[in-house]
Design a protein around this ligand. Structure first.
Ligand code: CP
Length: 306
């Protein structure tokens, strides 16, 4: 059976190290990687909007010398006629060597991986997981902090529906002396299955709070998130909660001088543009790191050795 990436937990700590090392080698020696995927095709199948994930996968494959088939708008595919995910990927795997899939239904990429003859990469499934955003986040943490252990990480905003939060907590839970600070409105708290099965089960320290400024001084990393409008059943609830946290320069008054401010993007109001010129702002570095980690992942899943 071919190997897919559906959940970040299926990558070992050693494999994460291999991927970050490979990404850093790509950054240093791009010419070495320019033709490794000659003749290979990546299909991107996105049933939800995306800018960074889809285009970075496509850029990653082009930078390896490969080609790309794009299904950017599911409304113009036969999914709009009622074709199942299983039949769709069985079809696309006749044309492509690897598939990156985003879908609003949690578990759809897992179903795809059980029906495809080529690797499937979960590029975001509903409010569940987003493992390749986590790869981008991990490379950013490595390059900014130099380590994965002994870090206090604040996650702020929509921790209920924020799939990037769920995947990054799952990844970071495997390192020593990591503490999680979970900052959200009560209605958008981290789901119990992540808190109990990942944080509590691994005996990790954590606190839950609604007060961002109170915990700011202890954070090494602040991971801001957008309130996920598309996951709400009720627009009134979204409007009430959407501006719960807006990071401004004043709120960073008591932050560490080497705080790493992250956000998976897109942002709406959560981070003032006045923060963008602060050297602690790392969210556009995450965007670029995502391309290098996706390049490394494509090689790993296709079994191509640099
Ligand atoms: N971070 C992220 O997944 O961005 P896109 O929705 O633009 O792909």
């Amino acid at each position: 059976m071919v190997r897919s990436l559906i959940d970040i937990a299926t990558l070992s700590v050693d494999e994460i190290s291999a991927l970050t090392n490979c990404a850093e080698d790509i950054i240093s020696n791009p010419a070495k990687y320019a033709h490794l995927c000659n003749g290979k095709k990546l299909a991107t199948m996105f049933f939800e909007p995306s800018t960074r994930t889809r285009l970075s996968f496509e850029a990653a494959m082009y930078e390896h010398g490969g080609s790309v088939l794009t299904m950017a708008d599911s409304a113009s595919s036969s999914a709009a006629k009622g074709e199942s995910v299983a039949d769709t990927v069985r079809t696309v795997s006749c044309y492509a060597d690897i598939i990156a899939m985003r879908h609003p239904k949690e578990g759809a990429p897992l179903v795809a991986s059980m029906n495809a003859d080529v690797p499937i990469i979960n590029s975001g499934d509903g409010g569940h997981n987003h493992p390749t955003q986590t790869l981008a986040d991990l490379l950013t943490i490595k390059r900014e902090k130099g380590r994965f252990d002994s870090l206090t990480i604040g996650f702020c905003g929509d921790l209920k529906f924020g799939r990037t939060v769920h995947s990054l907590i799952t990844a970071m839970a495997r390192y020593e002396n990591v503490k999680f600070v979970l900052i959200s409105p009560v209605e958008l708290k981290l789901p119990g299955y992540i808190r109990k099965d990942v944080i509590v089960k691994n005996n990790l320290e954590y606190v839950q709070t609604t007060d961002l400024e109170a915990v700011m001084p202890e954070l090494d990393i602040l991971y801001m998130t957008r309130v996920q409008r598309e996951r709400f059943f009720n627009e009134e609830d979204y409007l009430r909660l959407k501006d719960s946290y807006i990071l401004t320069p004043e709120k960073l008054r008591d932050a560490k001088p080497d705080l790493c401010i992250m956000h998976p993007l897109p942002r709406v109001n959560e981070i003032s543009v006045a923060i963008d010129s602060d050297p602690r702002a790392c969210y556009f570095k995450q965007v670029l790191n995502g391309k290098y980690m996706r390049m490394a992942l494509i090689l790993m899943l296709l079994g191509i050795k640099p």
